[in-house]
Design a binder for this molecule. Structure first.
Ligand code: SAM
Length: 294
């Protein structure tokens, strides 16, 4: 659908910013999108329709919000920077089904937002060009809170997107890959050139889609313990799984107990954490728990 205003063009963005005397705050990760093609790719990856809702984090001056308003039944956008509120009020005036909330998304009660803003929609997706300084905390909070989400489609730093989508045995694979893949199925949508933003960020960017899982891909007895084992396994990447686990969970007195437990889980003690699949970590955590190691 063609926008009423098409905020995301270099000319219109500069005009809005100048008229409101707005200056970018680097500390808030403010890199605004000025490219219609990228916005259309982001919105189409979210699979929205007029029965669904969209939650946007950091609307800026509304470039993506406008597109979401044209594709979803209801849109809620959470913006931390108070200076952007009058701009958003102006540019989003034609869209009555868009609500802007002022605040830090990390401090917001998202369960309450879902109950009040998205009561009348079939499914909700998060769609955002995220502030890069808080990408991981925001995404982990969305996933760990087990919100009823369909997709999370976000522009993030390319390197972080690659880590999230990485497979075992690759250099990018680590605790972030496993955490994200436990809660969702990640898929890289596209790599994005720096020229689509003002100001241009110093890092490369990518759009990633996380299809949120209804149930995890493996059975985990105790999630807290499972993630502790994973963090321990990657504490020192060059060390073997055996040495990393010894440092975290064992004492001099009981460390001989580890190798038989690894064997029981079907894991060779000389392997490194980066070669273990999610299934293997789940098995390892269960075996350690059963032996009272936590
Ligand atoms: N969506 C706009 C676009 O694509 O042009 C702006 C994206 S810009 C990369 C990130 C936005 O997130 C900024 O508007 C910034 O003020 C806002 N922001 C930064 N930290 C935030 C937080 N903790 N909670 C909510 N919004 C935040």
């Amino acid at each position: 659908m063609t926008g009423i205003q098409d905020i995301a063009t270099p000319r219109r963005t500069k005009e809005i910013i100048q008229r409101h005397g707005f200056s970018f705050k680097k500390s808030l990760g403010q890199n605004f999108l000025i490219d219609q093609n990228i916005l259309n790719k982001i919105v189409s990856a979210a699979g929205l329709d007029d029965t669904k809702g969209a939650l946007e984090i950091g609307p800026g001056i509304g470039a993506l919000t406008e597109k979401l308003a044209q594709s979803a039944k209801v849109v809620t956008a959470v913006e931390i920077d108070q200076r952007l509120l009058p701009i958003l009020e102006e540019v989003l005036a034609p869209y009555e089904h868009v609500k802007v909330r002022h605040g830090d998304v990390l401090k917001l009660d998202l369960q309450e937002v879902f109950a009040s803003d998205f009561a009348g929609v079939s499914k909700v997706s998060v769609v955002a060009n995220l502030p890069y300084y808080v990408t991981t905390p925001i995404l982990m909070r969305l996933l760990e809170d087990k919100l009823p989400l369909e997709n999370i489609v976000v522009m993030i730093q390319k390197e972080v997107a690659e880590r999230m989508a990485a497979s075992p045995g690759t250099k990018d694979y680590g605790s972030l890959s496993i955490a994200v893949q436990y809660y969702s199925e990640p898929e890289l949508v596209c790599i994005v050139p720096n020229t689509v933003f003002i100001p241009q960020p110093n890092v490369e960017s990518a759009v990633i889609r996380l299809r949120v899982r209804e149930t995890p891909p493996v059975e985990v007895v105790d999630e807290k313990h499972f993630f502790e084992v994973i963090h321990a396994a990657f504490a020192q990447r060059r060390k073997t799984i055996s040495n990393n686990l010894k440092s975290r969970f064992f004492t001099k007195e009981n460390r001989d107990a580890l190798e038989p437990l690894l064997q029981q889980a079907g894991i060779e003690p000389s392997r490194r954490g980066e070669t273990l699949s999610i299934e293997e970590f789940a098995r390892l955590s269960a075996v350690l728990l059963e032996a009272g190691i936590s």
